[in-house]
Design a binder for this molecule. Structure first.
Ligand SMILES: [Mg+2]
Length: 222
């Protein structure tokens, strides 16, 4: 699936790729709606419907990924609420093994995330993987989400890479579309970003379940 001889740089997404997306899905679709319902004296269903409509607007934009925006808009301290359930933050299977293997393979490895710095801090306080990367790149610092071409141009200026010899692994297909448009040649998605949800069947990009499938020298388990 992957010709490692053709790859010098590996770009890795955080949520849903290295980390289990269950934390984020649980927070935005369960924990927060419950607290929002209590705050406004509405039913859980009303809260859920209202929030889902709100979240649907502007999806994939930098503002949509901004915790300060949501804290202000909902008048709730989102980072503090995330901290309440931080014990649920988990790495995906084989994430450390994969990072460790990449490190020994002497490739350039970058974390590229749309997550807000505050989210990154909460995640890294629980599963500190930041030491495995040559650079941790937060899209807010480049003022463009990965869904926008400006992100890749900004990344190129910050940390030069050859798109033809670069692999991006990301669970969001719109991000993979954007990376492909920029010229990144090797693209992979995740078939089960959230361990508590069904495996995805119709991905538009080649997908893996776990990283062991693309690590040379490891037997692949079905
Ligand atoms: Mg992701």
């Amino acid at each position: 699936m992957i010709d490692w001889n053709a790859i010098d740089t590996v770009l890795l997404d955080m949520d849903g790729t290295l980390l289990d997306l269950h934390f984020d899905n649980y927070f935005w679709m369960d924990h927060l709606p419950r607290l929002y319902a209590a705050k406004h004296g509405i039913s859980h269903q009303e809260s859920l419907t209202h929030l889902q409509e709100t979240f649907h607007r502007g999806e994939g934009t930098l503002q949509w990924y901004c915790l300060d925006h949501w804290s202000q808009h909902l008048e709730m301290d989102i980072p503090a609420l995330k901290q309440e359930i931080q014990h649920m933050i988990r790495l995906r299977p084989f994430a450390i093994e994969f990072l460790s293997w990449l490190h020994t393979s002497r490739r350039e490895v970058l974390l590229v995330t749309n997550a807000h710095r505050k989210t990154l801090e909460i995640k890294m306080a629980n599963v500190d993987i930041s030491g495995w990367f040559d650079q941790v790149v937060v899209s807010h610092d480049l003022r463009a989400a990965k869904e926008e071409q400006a992100f890749w141009h900004g990344l190129q200026a910050l940390h030069p890479f050859d798109p033809a010899r670069t692999l991006l692994i990301d669970d969001t297909e719109r991000v993979l579309d954007s990376a492909r448009d920029y010229g990144i040649a090797h693209l992979l998605t995740l078939l089960q970003p959230d361990s508590q949800r069904q495996k995805r069947l119709n991905t538009r990009f080649p997908g893996i379940h776990h990283f062991d499938e693309i690590m040379p020298g490891l037997p692949v388990n079905g």
